[in-house]
Every structure is written in structure tokens, then in C-alpha cells.
Design a protein around this ligand. Structure first.
Ligand code: NAD
Length: 377
């Protein structure tokens, strides 16, 4: 299993994975359309593209194009399908684009695998914790519950806590395991759920093992500092580096499971190397939760730039309150163990950002787009 195809391999996770695989003796092909939102209008200046372009068999192409799949699948042993549109908020108004790339592109891959001769022995796909929506909680009176999106009538009164869907009292967050109810609160999350299910159904019918990784919030060197639609650490970094103040949504106490890029690439390689004939879905995270206010203040302190961190009470419809992945299954099956603490990871990330050019701060523009669609309050 030496020939690995990485779609989206010029991006954040893909480029880090490609370099690690090459170091370990694999031969890597990358299929990537060098999307302007991620790489800017001159891909030759893209940090992650430059990391890999002379080290991999680089095919500039689109997952929505069947003939591009035929070019890259021929000699491939394992497909790691990462290419996707990735902005949760943006997906709520660019619906066609998200469905076309994330579901349509995967359908094109599965058609090629089903109908064209190939040697692919395993398919690995990047899913997301977004498939769970708010995730798993415990109600004092009703036990384990999987609440729907939070309601505007509470949020507009400054109550951001997740409620029991039966009695509407506040509930306690639990780590969300893979058997939790799937009910995404965003179009992005829906496309990831559909992608997973498509791959599982077709994989079974053609005898191809599939691993779907539900990544938590991935961060680290290589994260696009240009993209204002996704990645809290990179968005805050670009805001701070421009000397602009940070607007923290809700009360700042919303939490995320921030997982460092090396833990993610290690998990993918464990999946590539595990001799398995069955298909699996795994959470991949850090096992730690960190609130957004702490992220902003830590970054501000580390960059040493005097900007204000304002907790505004604004909120975005479709955002979740908390997330923390339950990692028991991936630990047991693949021997995965996250190694990088948030303190260490954020220091590495900041050291890397300090070496990059300061990108234009387009965050306000992205928020304006959400405001115009009535998704930002
Ligand atoms: P990224 O935006 O840095 O990389 C995605 C790459 O895909 C980019 O290089 C882009 O040019 C390419 N791409 C986009 N559309 C394409 C298309 N139609 N055809 C070919 N290439 C295309 O994103 P990332 O953070 O590296 O994420 C990789 C995968 O992991 C995505 O599927 C994403 O949904 C998933 N994921 C990421 C996170 C995270 O926190 N980074 C969390 C959960 C899931």
C-alpha cells in the first residue's frame, strides 16, 4: 500500500499528511484545484502548496470532474479524500457549492471506483464532528439527550446554554461518541453526513473498506491565514496581526476540542497502515475542551499586540455551543493517542504565524455576508 492519493493535498491537513507520508517512504499523488479562498489568487505564494508541489505527483484538477479522477486513481492503493468546501457559516448560503463539492465530488469518486478498473484497497474520508450538531448531553430528569439547534428565543436573551429537548432545562455536555445521533445544524455538516453514508453504502457494495474520520477542530502550522470562513485560531491571528479588535460571540464560554495537526496526520496514517477489511467511523480529537475566550486571550498575549477582546453577545444561527469528541473507539481500534497539549500546540502555531506575511483581514466581510442573510444576530 505504497501509492497514496490525497485529494485536497495542497491544503492544511493534506500538505502536512503528504510530507509525513513521503518521510515514511510513501509515494504521494495530490489532486487539488488550488481554490482561491484557501490559496489566494497566486497559488505559487501559497504556504501549503509550496510545501508539497515539488515533492508529490501534483495534479491540478477538480473532484467535480470525472476525468480528473480517472487520471489519479489508476495506480493508487489508498485514497485519502480531503478536498472539500469547509466553512460552516458560509455553507448556510452557498448551499449549491457545498453540496456540489462535498457530496457531488464524492459521488464522482465512487462512480470511478465502481465503474473503472483500479487497484484501490482502502478509502479514507475526512468527515467532521459537525455531523453531530450540538452533540451528546445529559439532562437531570431525562438522561442522555441529543438536543436540536439552540433556539433564538433563548439566545436573544443572552442564554446560550443547550436545553433538554423534552423539558428545556439546561443540560450537561458529555463527550460525544460515534453512536450519537446524527443531526447536523449546518449545510456543511449535512454534506459530511451524506458523504460518509454514500461512501459506506458504495464501499460495502464493491468490497472496499472505508474509514471516515470525524475530525474535531484541527489547528496548527499551515492553517490558511487568508480564509475568513473557518479556523478560529487562524481567523483570530489575522485579526490580531492587523491590529483589529476581536469580537467574541455569545459569552465566550463556548468550548471546542482543538486537536493539533500532527495528531490528525498520525491518526490518518494509523488508518492507512492498519490491515482491516471492515469499515469504521472514528472521532479524532484531543480529549481536551478549551473555551473561545481563552483562545483569544492566549493568542493576544503570545503575539503581544494590544487589541481589545470584546465579548459581544452576538451569535450565529447554526453554531454549536460545545464540542468534545469521545476518543475511546479510535484508541481501542487503532491505538490512537493524542500527544500535543493545547499549550504546546498553540505555541507551535504562534511561532509559525510569526514567520508568515500578515494577510488582509477579511473577517468583517464574512460577517457582513452572514448579516445580509439574517444568520448573524
Ligand atoms: P483546507 O481548506 O486547508 O484544504 C482543502 C483543500 O481542498 C484545499 O487545498 C483546496 O484547494 C482543495 N479543494 C477544495 N475544493 C476542491 C475541489 N472541488 N477539487 C479539488 N480540490 C479542492 O481544509 P483542511 O482544513 O485541510 O480540511 C481537509 C478536510 O478535513 C476537509 O474535508 C474538511 O471538511 C475536513 N475537516 C477539517 C477540519 C479542520 O478543523 N480543519 C475539521 C473537520 C473536518
Amino acid at each position: 500500500m505504497k501509492n497514496i492519493l490525497i485529494t485536497g493535498g495542497a491544503g492544511f491537513i493534506g500538505s502536512n499528511l503528504a510530507l509525513k507520508l513521503i518521510d515514511q517512504g510513501y509515494f504521494v499523488t495530490v489532486l487539488d484545484n488550488l481554490s482561491e479562498q484557501i490559496h489566494g489568487d497566486d497559488p505559487d505564494k501559497s504556504f501549503t502548496y509550496n510545501l508539497i508541489k515539488n515533492k508529490v505527483n501534483m495534479i491540478v484538477g477538480d473532484v467535480n470532474n470525472s476525468s480528473d479522477w480517472e487520471k489519479v486513481l489508476k495506480d493508487c492503493d489508498v485514497v485519502v479524500h480531503l478536498a472539500a468546501e469547509t466553512g460552516t457559516g458560509q455553507s448556510m448560503y452557498e448551499i449549491d457549492k457545498y453540496v456540489a463539492s462535498n457530496i457531488g465530488g464524492t459521488a464522482k469518486l465512487l462512480e470511478s471506483l465502481t465503474n473503472k478498473e483500479n487497484n484501490v484497497k482502502k478509502l479514507i474520508i475526512a468527515s467532521s464532528r459537525a455531523v453531530y450538531g450540538e452533540g451528546k448531553f445529559e439532562c437531570r430528569d431525562h438522561g442522555i439527550v441529543f438536543p436540536e439547534s439552540r433556539l433564538e428565543r433563548y439566545m436573544s436573551n443572552g442564554d446560550y446554554e443547550v436545553k433538554c429537548p423534552i423539558c428545556f432545562q439546561n443540560v450537561k455536555m458529555l463527550p460525544t461518541d460515534e453512536n450519537s445521533k446524527l443531526h447536523p445544524t449546518s449545510v456543511y455538516g449535512f454534506t459530511k453526513q451524506a458523504q460518509e453514508q454514500l461512501c459506506m453504502i458504495v464501499g460495502k457494495s464493491i468490497g472496499l473498506p472505508v474509514i471516515a474520520y470525524r475530525f474535531q477542530n484541527v489547528y496548527g502550522p499551515g492553517q490558511s491565514l487568508k480564509n475568513p470562513y473557518t479556523g478560529i485560531l487562524s481567523i483570530f491571528s489575522t485579526i490580531i496581526k492587523n491590529g483589529n479588535d476581536i469580537n467574541i460571540f455569545e459569552d465566550g464560554l463556548e468550548t471546542r476540542d482543538f486537536v493539533y495537526i500532527e495528531d490528525i496526520t498520525d491518526a490518518i496514517i494509523l488508518g492507512i497502515e492498519k490491515n482491516e477489511v471492515d469499515s469504521y467511523v472514528f472521532n479524532v480529537g484531543s480529549g481536551e475542551k478549551t473555551d473561545v475566550l481563552k483562545v483569544a486571550n492566549t493568542l493576544k498575549d503570545k503575539y503581544g499586540v494590544d487589541v481589545k477582546v470584546n465579548v459581544s453577545g452576538n451569535y450565529r444561527l447554526g453554531d454549536i455551543r460545545h464540542n468534545l469528541g469521545d476518543l475511546n473507539f479510535i484508541k481501542e481500534k487503532l491505538g490512537y493517542q493524542p500527544k500535543i497539549s493545547f499549550e504546546k500546540g498553540i505555541s507551535n502555531f504562534v511561532d509559525w504565524v510569526e514567520l508568515q506575511n500578515v494577510e488582509k483581514d477579511n473577517y468583517i466581510k464574512s460577517i457582513q455576508e452572514m448579516k445580509e442573510k439574517g444568520l448573524y444576530k
